[in-house]
Design a protein around this ligand. Structure first.
Ligand code: ZN
Length: 456
């Protein structure tokens, strides 16, 4: 197993990521939980997030009735660490599910959302199309039924969102009046952009690879960079094929929601829809995802339907994937384990928010070790192996095109200090007074006081 350049004892906590631990906040009348993860779905390709391409009529309808978190973040830019963060409420450097190798498993010692919901009496099932999220990598923990993709080899890989949705619907039906947790993970927007058909027809040349949405064929295998630049028409074609996948998966999401209505379960089911990461279309020189932590790769949709709660949009306050499990547990009136680092983001007292929660994203794909920290308007990107940093002002420069590292050296240094602190192993602590003085000073310079960031 490849060694990573850090060492963190499991079970340690980072104060900045600490949420309202142990909160038991009885929410609406949710008995069931439906978690839908649409793989590789960029927030800005969803109608409810302003996309004009009419990709997501069914997801948009869910958004009109539910809560829409406009600043939602995955904790990584690829599937395995991202899903592990959803289930454990830990950032990637703490759950340590970072590598592509099947040997890098979700640890049995970690508490997962599925285990906790199972212990609370919910029946639990997962219907997952992504081959990183399988029993072999430990993701079946806590699931009474776990249906993953059939095989690791693409030849036998069945990823058909219509079939997967049907399996999930049959399961929910089968549960009858018993409460359940159902996790559905649909893969369609992931490349190749061919509407879920993984038949390996060789593309003859570059333009055919573009036409078939076979992004991987466009890349140099040694660098994963495009073998040559794409012209605007080729890029438009790829984006259009991606959007077709999004439309296809949106219809499957609609069928699941229709089934929920038919079963009369909409009124007592907490529905959470998100993605595990976004996708790049050459905004920063690459295609696909996992290499970078720019916004297009980590900003995801997050739409939640809470029984008994009307529609609302949250434009400012960041919500992170580590917040999902505390929010789900809290909404069901269940305790959130102290080891969970996220916040019960659905609690009424949490939702107005300050817009200042720190958002940490990390990726170690292909031997990289990159981390990012978003704090208010600022975003720091670190390449830890090269020891280089970039700094962006997302208010003025949402596309992250103008590195301000040299113009704003103090902000850069303060964010580097904070991100460094967030990597350090720490004993369980919720007291801001136990932070290093230089970190407290950095926080103050960035407009924080203890009460804004830290739990009381
Ligand atoms: Zn993914």
């Amino acid at each position: 197993m490849q060694r990573l350049p850090f060492s963190i004892a499991s079970g340690t906590l980072v104060p900045l990521l600490l949420g309202a631990c142990g909160v038991s906040d009885a929410g609406g009348e949710a008995r069931n939980v439906l978690l839908i993860v649409v793989d590789t779905l960029r927030a800005d390709h969803v109608g409810a997030y302003g996309y004009a391409g009419e990709t997501t009529p069914r997801i948009d309808a869910l958004a009109r009735e539910g809560l829409v978190f406009e600043r939602a973040y995955a904790q990584s830019s690829w599937t395995k660490p991202s899903i592990a963060s959803i289930f454990t409420s830990l950032p990637a450097s703490q759950h340590r599910v970072l590598e592509e190798s099947v040997a890098n498993r979700l640890g049995d010692d970690l508490s997962t959302l599925a285990e906790l919901l199972g212990q609370a009496g919910l029946r639990t099932a997962a219907f997952v199309e992504n081959p990183h999220v399988v029993s072999a990598t430990g993701f079946d923990q806590g699931f009474e039924r776990f249906e993953g993709p059939l095989d690791w080899s693409h030849d036998d890989w069945v990823a058909d969102c219509d079939v997967t949705a049907q399996r999930a619907i049959a399961w929910m039906d089968e549960c009858g009046s018993e409460p359940w947790f159902t996790y559905v993970h649909l893969l369609d927007p992931h490349d190749p952009y061919d509407q879920g058909d993984f038949a390996q027809v060789e593309a003859a040349d570059w333009s055919e690879s573009v036409a078939q949405g076979k992004v991987i064929d466009l890349l140099d295998p040694s660098t994963d960079l495009p073998r040559r630049s794409l012209d605007p028409e080729e890029l438009r074609q790829l984006v259009a094929l991606y959007d077709d996948e999004v439309r296809h998966v949106d219809a499957a999401v609609g069928r699941i929601l229709d089934a929920l209505d038919r079963m009369g379960r909409r009124e007592d089911t907490l529905v959470v829809l998100t993605s595990d990461h976004g996708e790049e279309f050459l905004e920063h020189g690459r295609l696909r995802h996992g290499y970078h932590l720019y916004e297009e790769t980590v900003r995801v949709p997050l739409i939640v339907s809470v029984p008994g709660r009307g529609p609302e949009r949250f434009p400012e306050r960041p919500v992170r994937h580590v917040d999902l499990a505390p929010g789900i547990l809290g909404s069901l009136g269940l305790d959130v384990p102290e080891a969970f680092t996220g916040k019960h983001f659905l609690a009424h007292h949490e939702t107005p928010g300050t817009g200042l929660e720190p958002v940490v994203c990390e990726t170690a794909m292909r031997g990289l070790w990159r981390r990012s920290l978003r704090l208010g308007r600022w975003k720091l990107l670190r390449d830890e192996l090269r020891d280089t940093s970039e700094l962006y002002d997302l208010e003025k420069d949402p596309a992250e095109e103008r590195d301000l590292g040299e113009l704003e050296p103090e902000v850069l240094r303060d964010l580097e200090t904070l991100l460094g602190e967030l990597r350090r192993p720490r004993a369980l602590s919720s007291s801001p007074g136990e932070l290093e003085p230089e970190v407290l000073e950095a926080l103050e310079r960035l407009g924080y006081s203890g009460g804004k960031v830290f739990p009381h």
